[in-house]
Every structure is written in structure tokens, then in C-alpha cells.
Design a binder for this molecule. Structure first.
Ligand SMILES: [Zn+2]
Length: 234
């Protein structure tokens, strides 16, 4: 991908800063997590995250309008300190045994309604119409999926791989962005970590316009095309 694609008709929504609409991913540290066994929509596929490219946003003519996705004023935090300042200090909720206190969910997480049902990647017989995420993100996720629907891209969302999941690193203190409910995995069957994947470019653009970094921009084994996260430098 490069920044040389012809400009599309996609423009930032009123009130959205140019910096946000042209959000660029930055360097990410690697992290290894074990998958916690949380049922229903709180589970996600295991992934590592490392962003090492500085790709500009791709403008995709397939997407006619991203207004529905970009119409918010929450700036994606840059780095752990900003993530904590924006979305809460999860470390204060982790016990000595490494367990996350239930009040993390009651204090910071909420369910958001989805405009169309998502099929669970780990149980394709089930679909969800609500998803657990950070409470500051409920409107953003809802707008992203509304924008996907508006652009006729529902069929490109084959499955939901998870949003909130507490995923401690085996060593060290770094947690996945999923721990804050600010990351989401889509289509994990065809967008496995380390693979090229086949994530739809229109979906990628819609998430970008809403402020998300895309794991498909990361390189090598840590490339993670299923993964979108609302933060940078982490
Ligand atoms: Zn992920």
C-alpha cells in the first residue's frame, strides 16, 4: 500500500480533525498473551501486536462515505500512558494472582448494540447483536458498523473474533488493547496473525476513518489483519 492512490470522495466529517482523519500508525512493541477462556462475546482470538510501519491511510473508492464512522471527537491515545489516561488504569484492577477484578467491567465496560448481527468465529452457530467494549467506545463501534452497513459491506464481516478480553502478557506488564475493550478482531479464519489475510479494503478504511489502527499494517509474523485497535504506539 502507498499514499499514492487517487483521492476518493471520502472526506472527514465536520468536527473531525485532519490529524485524526489522517491517523498514522506508529511503532508498537510486541506482546504475547494467552487466550483467556471467557464465554460469548468477551472472548477473542489470540494475537500478538506489533506495529512497525508508517503507512498512510488508504483511500478506497469502494467506500462512499465514512461520516458515520468518523463523527466522534475521541482522539485515539498514543502509548500506554495515554491509554490509561483515556480508558482507565487497568493495573489497579489486577490482583496479586493476576486476575482482573470484576469491577473493571462494571466501571469501564458496556455493551453496544450492533446494527446487524455478527457471527461468532469460535461458534458459527451463534450470532450476536450486542458486543462488550469500553464504555467510551460504544458509540464509535456502533458508528463503525453502521458505516459498514451504509456502504453495503456487511457481507465482508464474515465473523466476529472478539473485542474485550483480558489478556495478560506472560512476562512483563503489557496487556493487549483488547483488555480495555478498545480492539476488535474480525474474520480470524481468513485473517490469521502472520498471514497476508484478505481483509476487505473498505472495512479497513472505515475503521481507519474512525481512528483505529489496523494490524494488517504490521509486518512479518506479528502482522495481524484481523485486528483493529483504537490506539497507537502500543
Ligand atoms: Zn486482536
Amino acid at each position: 500500500m502507498s499514499g499514492k492512490q487517487p483521492a476518493s470522495s471520502v472526506l472527514p466529517a465536520p468536527g473531525i480533525s485532519q490529524a485524526q482523519s489522517s491517523l498514522q500508525p506508529r511503532f508498537f512493541d510486541s506482546a504475547t498473551f494467552s487466550l483467556s477462556a471467557i464465554p460469548d462475546d468477551s472472548s477473542t482470538w489470540n494475537d500478538n501486536s506489533k506495529l512497525i510501519t508508517e503507512e498512510p491511510p488508504v483511500k478506497n473508492p469502494q467506500v462512499e462515505s465514512t461520516d458515520a464512522a468518523s463523527g466522534h471527537d475521541l482522539t485515539p491515545p498514543h502509548g500506554l500512558d495515554e491509554i490509561i489516561a483515556t480508558f482507565g488504569n487497568i493495573y489497579e484492577y489486577i490482583g496479586t494472582g493476576g486476575q482482573l477484578a470484576p469491577r473493571w467491567q462494571s466501571d469501564f465496560l458496556a455493551k453496544t448494540s450492533l446494527p446487524f448481527p455478527l457471527r461468532l468465529a469460535w461458534d458459527p452457530s451463534r450470532v450476536i447483536t450486542q458486543m462488550t467494549c469500553h464504555r467510551l467506545m460504544t458509540g464509535i463501534y456502533a458508528s463503525v458498523f453502521a458505516c459498514i452497513q451504509k456502504n453495503g459491506l456487511e457481507s465482508k464481516v464474515v465473523s466476529f473474533g472478539g473485542c474485550f478480553a483480558f489478556r495478560p502478557q506472560r512476562t512483563g506488564s503489557k496487556l493487549s488493547a483488547h483488555s480495555w475493550g478498545i480492539a476488535i478482531d474480525l474474520n480470524p479464519q481468513t485473517d490469521a496473525q502472520g498471514s497476508a489475510g484478505n481483509m476487505d479494503a473498505g472495512l479497513v478504511e472505515i475503521f481507519r476513518c474512525a481512528g483505529f489502527a489496523w494490524g494488517g499494517d504490521w509486518e512479518g509474523k506479528i502482522r495481524d489483519p484481523m485486528h483493529f485497535q483504537f490506539c497507537t504506539a502500543y
